[in-house]
Design a protein around this ligand. Structure first.
Ligand code: HEM
Ligand code: HEM
Length: 238
């Protein structure tokens, strides 16, 4: 087997693990909400809040990870296609976080009595995560899709784009973990100390997020997994 094939098969093993953990995480956040937190609603503030947890987990953990690994996962696609798909996934993330943000805002506003906004460390880090995400998104669209930007400028900007993209993902996961922690403490109050099943589930979800984040950072920074365009294929397309 050639060294490129060995790298691909090794990447694929990590990728399978990555998908299993990501989907398990979403499934158990859903289970948490449905079994212990009353499910979802569009009218009751407590249940409107639950959209925040699930949509943020899907968008800022699972989809975000898939978007940043996209170049490595679909190596044989052309760079143009990958760029468009990378940008489209980020566009979908944006739509979900708008709904998730709206859900938490409404649930605070219409709670009885209303809950103040932006008082917690989680919410501050959440705002920084979203602002950083928007900066990455718009700078990415401008630098890499707008035809007026010269190739040499793109090459200069790419390492910064990658560095801040990965940092943004790590920050998003930290924010999500704080969110789980906050929600479980608010929900169980004194019972949390007794480590009931719900507390164990929330703790496991946090550990899973940290493991997932480590795996993604490993996969997206390992030089051997970096996309190597097939020169023959690329020249046929020119
Ligand atoms: C990266 C993803 C996330 C971001 C950017 C984020 C952002 C925010 C923001 C900005 C607020 C404040 C809303 C307001 O003051 O009206 C908030 C509140 C809250 N979030 Fe998140 N969140 C994220 C994920 C999660 C997750 C997964 C949970 C898990 C249950 C969660 C739990 C909470 C809780 C309990 C509150 C209400 C208390 C508070 O204001 O801190 N968040 N979030
Ligand atoms: C919040 C939004 C974004 C984040 C967090 C992000 C993050 C990343 C990361 C982590 C990589 C490294 C992938 C790898 O090495 O395999 C990457 C690569 C790349 N992204 Fe983004 N990205 C975002 C939006 C965009 C947008 C809108 C575009 C425009 C099309 C774009 C264009 C690119 C390109 C061209 C590369 C490859 C750079 C290279 O040649 O090394 N990104 N991005």
């Amino acid at each position: 087997m050639s060294s490129a094939n060995v790298q691909t098969s090794s990447y694929n093993k990590f990728y399978i693990l990555f998908q299993i953990i990501g989907l398990t995480l979403i499934f158990y956040v859903y289970q948490w909400i449905v079994q212990y937190r009353g499910g979802f609603s569009f009218t009751e503030p407590k249940k409107i809040f639950n959209w925040h947890s699930i949509l943020m987990t899907i968008a800022f953990v699972y989809l975000f990870a898939n978007a940043i690994l996209h170049y490595r996962t679909f190596q044989n696609n052309t760079k143009r296609k990958l760029k468009n798909q990378h940008a489209i996934i980020h566009g979908c993330i944006l739509i979900l976080i708008v709904f998730a943000g709206f859900a938490v805002f409404i649930s605070h506003q219409y709670a009885d009595p209303p809950i103040p906004h932006l008082y917690s460390l989680h919410s501050w880090l959440g705002v920084i995560t979203v602002v950083m995400f928007l900066a990455q998104l718009f700078s990415g669209l401008y630098c890499f899709l707008y035809p007026g930007v010269a190739a040499r400028h793109r090459e200069t900007l790419a390492p910064y784009h990658v560095f801040f993209g990965i940092s943004n993902f790590v920050l998003a996961v930290a924010t999500v973990v704080l969110g789980f922690c906050e929600k479980i403490i608010f929900s169980l109050e004194n019972q949390y100390k007794k480590l009931p099943a719900e507390g164990q589930l929330a703790n496991i979800l946090g550990v899973l997020c940290v493991f997932y984040c480590t795996l993604v950072v490993y996969m997206v920074t390992k030089p051997e997994f970096k996309r190597r365009p097939n020169p023959e294929f690329e020249s046929l397309l020119k």
